[in-house]
Ligand binder design. Structure first.
Ligand code: ATP
Length: 308
């Protein structure tokens, strides 16, 4: 075992789904997905310190009142799962500083779980390696492996079977954050209802559940103009159904200079793809002048990693 540090600081990114195709719902409640994740420069910071038991505190730049502090917290579950699988009888105190909006469709809880795995692995000197950490991450939630991995990646299965996607250069995004979160299971449930009212039966998968090659090509070229028209999210319709304000914001962002706007994951965060940093700053400022909480970020950025 390596020598044990006194405290570990890990930073993990939030994500947006550049493409999110949703297919059949399986018996375990999960839907089949074909998605492209991109990690963006909005971060969760997790500090881990040695302790006798397991404890947690949370603060941050976003409203953290909806974050559970007990075993429902994904970071707490990650620490306990790692301790159990590596046969560790030490505890940990986790201090989480959240920069990713809670229940915003950006995988903030998953980022905390990935950060907690990396932090505890270093703190306890378990040195599990990326393969075993990935396996533990997948047990914690479908988005957790990507938060470990970062960058740009294709996710299939529940979104946890990852293949890195080649992405050149940097993409500039403007996020519009909402005060009110959306429940991921409810958004998926609404999608099933919408589909059952249409021609398809709720359990019918769409004809093809692959990420279109045009999306992968646009990422490879690093050309935002090429990526914008092929971005898509099957969860957009059910997310905006109860939130007409999102639809208005999507129109405004494009009017202010974004190439396109999309609901991030299950929403309600919106992600606007911009032609470059200057355009993104202008879109951010214009959206802010309408009273919206807008933030310029970029991607791809690395996954959970130790700082300092
Ligand atoms: P999902 O990953 O389910 O798509 P999301 O990205 O929309 O979710 P998160 O902020 O990750 O949103 O969390 C959704 C819910 O998970 C929260 O409302 C909260 O009850 C619970 N939760 C558990 N652990 C955490 C955590 N560490 N941070 C935030 N929420 C957490």
């Amino acid at each position: 075992m390596a020598s044990r540090p006194h405290a570990v600081h890990v930073r993990a990114p939030g994500k947006i789904n550049v493409y999110l195709g949703v297919g059949r719902r399986h018996d375990d409640g999960y839907h089949a997905l074909a998605t492209v994740f991109q990690a963006v420069s909005l971060y969760e910071d997790v500090h881990a310190e040695p302790a006798t038991g397991f404890s947690l505190e949370v603060d941050g730049d976003v409203d953290v009142s909806g974050v559970p502090l007990d075993d429902r917290n994904l970071a707490m579950r990650a620490a306990k799962l790692l301790a159990q699988s590596a046969d560790i009888d030490s505890g940990v105190h986790l201090r989480i500083r959240k920069g990713v909006p809670v229940a915003g469709g950006m995988g903030g809880g998953s980022a905390d779980a990935a950060a907690a795995l990396v932090a505890c692995d270093a703190l306890w000197g378990t040195e599990l390696g990326s393969h075993r950490l990935h396996a533990l991450a997948a047990r914690l939630g479908a988005d957790v492996p990507f938060a470990l991995h970062g960058g740009t990646a294709i996710g299939v299965g529940r979104g946890d079977e990852l293949t890195p996607a080649l992405a050149r250069g940097r993409f500039d995004w403007v996020l519009v954050l909402s005060e009110q979160g959306l429940s991921t299971p409810e958004v998926y449930g609404r999608l099933d209802v919408i589909r059952s009212h249409g021609e398809a039966v709720a359990d019918d998968p769409p004809p093809s559940l692959d990420v279109p090659s045009a999306v992968l090509h646009a990422l490879r070229t690093g050309d935002a103009h090429e990526l914008a028209p092929v971005m898509m999210n099957d969860l957009e319709a059910p997310a905006v159904l109860d939130r007409p304000d999102l639809e208005l914001a999507l129109v405004d962002g494009v009017r202010f200079g974004a190439l396109t706007g999309i609901v991030s994951g299950s929403g309600p965060t919106l992600a606007f793809l911009c032609p470059g940093p200057d355009a993104a700053r202008a879109v951010q400022d214009a959206l802010r002048s309408t009273g919206r909480d807008a933030l310029h970020v970029h991607g791809p950025v690395p996954g959970a990693r130790i700082i300092g």
